[in-house]
Design a protein around this ligand. Structure first.
Ligand SMILES: NC(=O)c1ccc[n+]([C@@H]2O[C@H](COP(=O)([O-])OP(=O)(O)OC[C@H]3O[C@@H](n4cnc5c(N)ncnc54)[C@H](O)[C@@H]3O)[C@@H](O)[C@H]2O)c1
Length: 355
């Protein structure tokens, strides 16, 4: 049964993204394609291979024909080699023929970037299939692939015209990936939604409607942030809570050892302790964060076995570091609310990593 639980519109200069969160709503793709792209004979259908096997998308016999590209799964999609394969296929589309991308955050990042580059930008529709994809990656138009020098170093701003977040699809997601997505939702709550924080403090959402509620709240926060600062000049950088250490951990350990959301959660402990040392929060709040993340099934610190020096070396190369400046961290200033500190020294980070 199809039921749209929440509708959101992200308004950016000259472009809008309509976002729908609900149950069974992936089937709305076909009417959306016909309504939005009446002149299209074809559309690109870029699929995470694992998702495609679990959730086959049969195009109706009437309407535009899919040019299918199966990639992945997961982070493996975000390479130049895979990007080239997607681009080659999408080059068979005309300017007014869209791309549909279905998969987790990694697939959306790669397919969205391919859409941004082919014929100087094809319109695209996102069908996120992970918690993280629905709550975060599909919203705001940042699309990218990785480079050996760092995550997301090759990318663009290219928002989808439509996002259909069908929570039914989360049924097949591995518990590990579901939990990893909760890290980004928790981040969103800490940035600006006390109600979402309360909700997550009761544990992971227990049924599809609860998932819809939580994802809708995260989508709303992110939508408002992106409207204010699409290009990552100010407010949007708040979304990097946990990411300074998290991105370095991901590069050091690789996607099989640590998921993006897991790494972000592991970066929240150090960030909170830097805030503690600066007198921005008290010890009880740092403790509370640790308990919150544990309850959701997440580690909140860099594991003991991780080579600290190797981590620092990577952080020195992190793209978020401005030349000549100290490290940039998003620091909590309370239960809800963060500030961006661009002057965090190596000494502060070392002290916060291993209390
Ligand atoms: N663009 C943005 O604004 C933004 C924001 C946050 C994160 N990201 C990116 O998102 C990526 C992480 O995304 P993710 O956590 O969704 O992981 P992912 O896309 O790597 O997917 C995780 C795993 O789940 C599988 N999978 C996906 N949907 C499934 C389903 N419904 N059932 C069963 N298996 C399924 C995938 O095949 C993969 O193995 C990172 O690359 C990160 O950089 C982007």
């Amino acid at each position: 049964m199809t039921s749209v639980h929440h509708r959101e519109r992200v308004r950016l200069p000259g472009r809008e993204t309509d976002i729908e969160v609900g149950c069974g709503i992936r089937a709305r793709l076909w009417t959306a394609l016909a309504a939005r792209f009446p002149r299209a004979w074809r559309f690109g259908l870029v699929l995470d291979r694992r998702v495609a096997d679990l959730w086959p998308m049969e195009a109706p016999t009437v309407g535009p024909r899919p040019l299918v590209v199966r990639v992945g799964p997961g982070e493996a999609a975000k390479t130049r080699r895979v990007l080239a394969r997607i681009q080659d296929r999408l080059l068979d589309l005309k300017r007014d023929e869209p791309v549909v991308a279905m998969g987790g955050g990694a697939l959306l990042d790669a397919a969205g970037f391919a859409a941004a580059t082919v014929r100087r930008g094809l319109e695209w529709i996102a069908l996120p299939t992970t918690v993280l994809g629905m709550a975060d990656a599909a919203v705001g138009g940042k699309v990218a692939i990785n480079h050996p020098r760092g995550k997301n170093l090759l990318g663009a701003f290219h928002p989808p015209v439509l996002v259909l977040a069908d929570v039914d699809i989360l049924a097949t997601l591995l518990q590990r990936d579901r939990v990893a997505g909760l890290a980004e939702m928790y981040k969103m709550a800490r940035i600006g939604d006390a109600e979402l924080l309360d909700l997550l403090r009761r544990g992971a959402p227990a049924d599809p409607v609860a998932w819809c509620d939580a994802i809708a709240r995260a989508v709303t926060i992110k939508a408002r942030i992106v409207e204010e600062d699409e290009r990552d000049q100010g407010l949007r950088r708040a979304l990097n809570y946990g990411h300074t250490v998290g991105h370095a951990l991901e590069r050091l350990l690789g996607p099989d050892a640590v998921r993006h959301g897991e790494a972000v959660a592991m970066g929240m402990g150090p960030a909170a302790r830097i805030a503690l040392a600066r007198g921005l929060v008290d010890g009880a709040l740092v403790e509370r964060q640790a308990r919150d993340l544990e309850r959701l099934g997440l580690d909140h610190d860099v594991p003991r076995g991780v080579d600290r020096e190797a981590l620092f070396e990577i952080m020195g190369l992190d793209k978020k570091r401005r030349p000549g400046a100290a490290h940039t961290f998003v620091l909590p200033v309370g239960d809800v609310g963060v500030q961006i500190a661009e002057d965090v020294s190596e000494e502060e980070i070392r002290a916060a990593l291993d209390p």
